[in-house]
Design a protein around this ligand. Structure first.
Ligand code: SF4
Length: 373
């Protein structure tokens, strides 16, 4: 798996905690460094084939066709990328003109993840998004017309500025589109976001957790009546259109992250690049392969496995867990579930522990409490 972080946006959305700079002045110098990084880290995946490539950010759709082609070519020259690899690009609606969509499709990008967030202009304005509701709809249709079969939309719920009825309308609008995948996230004011500061300075009310939980239930209830399958806390897909890239993260598959703030995982340790473009450029120039590295001991790997697997509807394979970490940890985990986790929040068979739809809302808390066992 390859993750490529494109650290440029045209402005910052109010809720965003992802690393990016709000201009594209250093795009060229960044792209030269990125190509150098791809080559510098050519052995990281130890010759394993690359089955997914994901352009995230930031706003990858600020790149031109030549720039994307160049990155893909360097990746193909460096790694063994499988012919059927899933290649995703995150795109903002305002960039998805018919020509741009066709160009992405011609380059072999086969999955588009569109940052729609809402189909309502007042909500988009509040979030600081640069597109309108009309542009969002147009973008999806342009992508489909260009030949994209695998389109995913991102939506955000739990926004005080949008009522439950308006949220229901957004869900309906999304379902009326030619999409196969839906990622829905609760509004979370990340610590380095504008919204976080506004809440701290009392310029915005804190996020209403009850509203977010209610709108999550609304979403699950509605999607249960559709072919979309709830396969991870925030993700829904038509059969066979689950994100291969994200599913591989959740399965603990090693991955290489390139670009500022990108993380990598080799199965035993995690490394990350500086969340700072200048520092990143300096490091690449000096041949410094990553900013920091954290070795993951057995307990840390066990905890990560819980955290990632419990967020998925597939859940935890008890046999695999036992093989990897031994029976005593598995017994302690089962003990924790039997005594501390409400029965309505999980199901247990001989081979699997799975959170129910109600339980998934508490997945991080349930996994976090299990870290103590
Ligand atoms: S949400 Fe996306 S477009 Fe908005 S600032 Fe963050 S990375 Fe950029």
């Amino acid at each position: 798996m390859l993750y490529i972080h494109i650290p440029f946006c045209l402005s910052k959305c109010i809720y965003c905690g992802f690393y990016s700079v709000a201009n594209t002045r250093q795009k060229e110098v960044f792209l030269a460094a990125l190509k150098r990084e791809i080559v510098q880290r050519s052995t990281y995946l130890a010759g394993h084939p690359v089955r997914t490539i994901y352009f995230g950010g930031g706003t990858p759709s600020l790149l031109s066709g030549e720039e994307i082609a160049d990155i893909l070519q360097t990746s193909h020259n460096t790694f063994q990328i499988t012919p059927e690899a899933e290649i995703t690009i995150e795109a903002n609606p305002e960039q998805l003109s018919p020509d741009y969509c066709r160009m992405l499709h011609d380059l072999g990008i086969n999955r588009l993840s569109i940052g729609v967030q809402s189909f309502q202009d007042p909500v988009l304005r509040f979030m600081g998004r640069r597109h309108t509701a009309a542009q969002a709809s147009e973008a999806v249709h342009n992508a489909a017309a260009a030949g994209f079969d695998n389109i995913s939309l991102d939506l955000i719920y739990g926004v005080a500025e949008r009522s439950d009825e308006q949220w229901a309308e957004d869900i309906e609008t999304a379902l009326s589109m030619p999409i196969r995948h839906l990622s829905c996230y609760a509004l979370t004011p990340e610590e380095n976001s504008i919204l976080y500061k506004q809440i701290q300075n009392r310029k915005h009310a804190p996020v209403d957790d009850e509203q977010a939980a209610r709108q999550y239930r609304q979403l699950c209830q509605r999607l249960r009546q559709t072919p979309f399958r709830h396969y991870e806390v925030s993700n829904f897909a038509i059969a066979d259109y689950e994100s291969h890239h994200n599913s591989a993260y959740w399965d603990h598959t090693p991955y290489l992250g390139l670009g500022p703030a990108a993380h990598s995982f080799d199965g035993h340790s995690r490394q990350w690049n500086p969340a700072n473009l200048s520092q990143y450029l300096h490091n690449i120039g000096e041949g410094i392969l990553y900013e920091e590295r954290e070795m993951l001991d057995e307990k840390a790997l066990f905890n990560e496995t819980l955290l990632l697997s419990l967020r998925t509807r597939k859940g935890l394979s008890l046999n695999a867990l036992c093989e990897r970490f031994g029976p005593s940890r598995v017994n302690a985990l089962l003990d924790y579930f039997h005594t501390k986790v409400p029965q309505a929040h999980y199901t247990e068979t001989e081979s699997r522990l799975r959170l129910t739809e109600a339980g998934l809302w508490f997945a991080d808390g349930i996994a976090g409490d299990a870290f103590e066992i």
